[in-house]
Design a protein around this ligand. Sequence first.
Ligand code: HEM
Length: 634
Amino acid sequence: MATKTPLKTFTVEEVAQHNKEGDLWIIIDSKVYNLSRFADLHPGGAGVLFTPSIAGQDATQAFFGLHRHEVLLRPQYARLQIGTIQGQEQVIGSQPADSVSEVPYAEPSWLSKGYYSPYYNDSHRKFQKAVRKFMMEVVSPDAVKCEENGKRISQEVVDQLCEMNIPAMRLGKGKHLKGRTLMGGVITPEEFDPFHELIVNSEIGRFSTRGYVDGLLAGGVIGLPPVLNFGSSEVKDLVVSDVLSGKKFICLAITEAFAGSDVSGLQTTAVREGDEWVINGTKKWITNGTFADYFTVACKTEPGFTVILVPRSDNVSTKAIKTAYSSTAGTAYVTFENVRVPVSYTLGPVGKGMQVILSNFNHERWMIVCTSLATQRVIVEECLKWSNQRIVFGKPLNAQAVIRSKLANMIARVEAGQNWLESITHQMNNMSYHEQSDKLAGPIGLLKQFITRTGRETAEDATQIFGGRGITTTGMGKLIENYHRTSPYDAILGGAEDVLGDLGATRHAELEAIDGILSDKVLTPEMREYPLSETALYVTVEPCIMCASALRQLGIKEVFYGCENDRFGGCGSVLGVNNALPHPKHPAYRATGGYCREEAIMILRRFYVTENVNAPVPKSKANRVLKTEIVPKA
Ligand code: HEM
């Protein structure tokens, strides 16, 4: 085995002798570099290296004003070092992989020395340390490489991620973690909670390589839950273990050129032929689609929408879409041409695909918030460091009041976002899944809107602070450039910012409005004499208990015939409502995440207001509707 020869030591005077073309040495942070042959290859040009203040001199300050520290760690440059300076010590060393930054505000306060938090305990602290070390040592080099070359995440990294069970943890807590060794056994599956998951997502966000963050199997985070929650055991056996062990990849295919946030505009069809679905259509902007083996596809069916698992086959084609971020994300245009899959690959009830899709959204949006905010914080750190080291007009950049004002706003934004995120995560930690679906859709929508808006403001400010470097893909400002170019992704993916803001604003307004709407538009003059809770609504159809429950929540007493086998759905479509309304106690509700109460009310309101309860019932459904009327309670 070759042994490493110890580096020679030199004096400052010795180095000073080597200051000309063909014989050029410099000192950076106590290390001596021989740049004689490199000078002509230097990306910043040879000329700058031969100036008298650099050639043969200590160029530490000049170097760190122009390069990121990581330049010296690249093997091709590290080997230029020939020795060290006698009696001098390296000052600007690399930090250990699991260290936390000492730059103020570079870490959330729970990780900063001397600060406290009510949310995190020792389990989170040791978990964070392990995740950071792993991410920095194993994943970060791959992130930098793939972000540049656009190739998909390397299989060796996938294998190691799966060994740590990171893809499984990114699905949140649940049965899928049972028996798994998390981060080499640092914590147990029973300990795992939403704050551990927040930590995983935040550490991924710290790479500041936005394309890779999605390329890091984000398709699985959103594509696998419908399989886990709604798939038959046949489908689960086929997919789950292979995906969570990194042998296969899965993605979620909902959006189309025809429909984005307006999911109901989808045009991909699935037509049933015997025991098979025949699927035709296209999907656009499908993260991880270029390398996915499975597609969780939202299709238009009769009735409604249905989510179906589609394995890659000759009739499925994917091509890369060129977007503003790296193609390492695997963003695809997917075409399904007469794709046949067994009906048993249906995820959830036929016609109830909207519930399957909606049940996924809260978690996806929360995940985006975690990664996005962590990247925003990295940008704040970059700006704090740069404005301290960059000398302009003879002073550090942060001597300018206008720069300090930008920094203050950046810090305030990221801290506000962090506190809000942790507060919502605390709710997730204490609420049941259906309570989360019920109560958190609006707040998470608003939080995501806030984080992505503030993120873009921070991207703008950071670009001004970094100047030309902030629009250059390599060098000092490369993280700023990446963030400025890619922060709009967070504002689009998982639901466009404005749509989410509106969701947050209308959730509660719907609730308050319902009283007035019912009394103004639906109730007869006689009925108005009765308070809502005293009103009886007699809908004599064959409903499932979910619609019944929604009405009960409105304070309306109902007379219903029993539900056929306690079936999920049914009356929703009979009533002319596109989606059934799950009862919180119904097993289907828990499985789907269901609609929250507000949503149920919204749908009912739409029905009562726009459809007129006494309107003739479509023939196809008439056999199931016996009588529909609203009467005051006797
Ligand atoms: C071991 C010594 C050095 C190595 C390996 C090195 C390497 C590099 C590299 C890789 C770049 C491209 C930008 C980046 O990736 O950061 C660069 C740019 C540059 N370097 Fe060096 N460099 C060295 C020393 C120096 C010194 C001593 C100076 C002093 C003036 C200097 C001045 C520059 C300049 C002006 C640029 C262009 C920066 C920009 O566009 O922002 N370099 N160098």
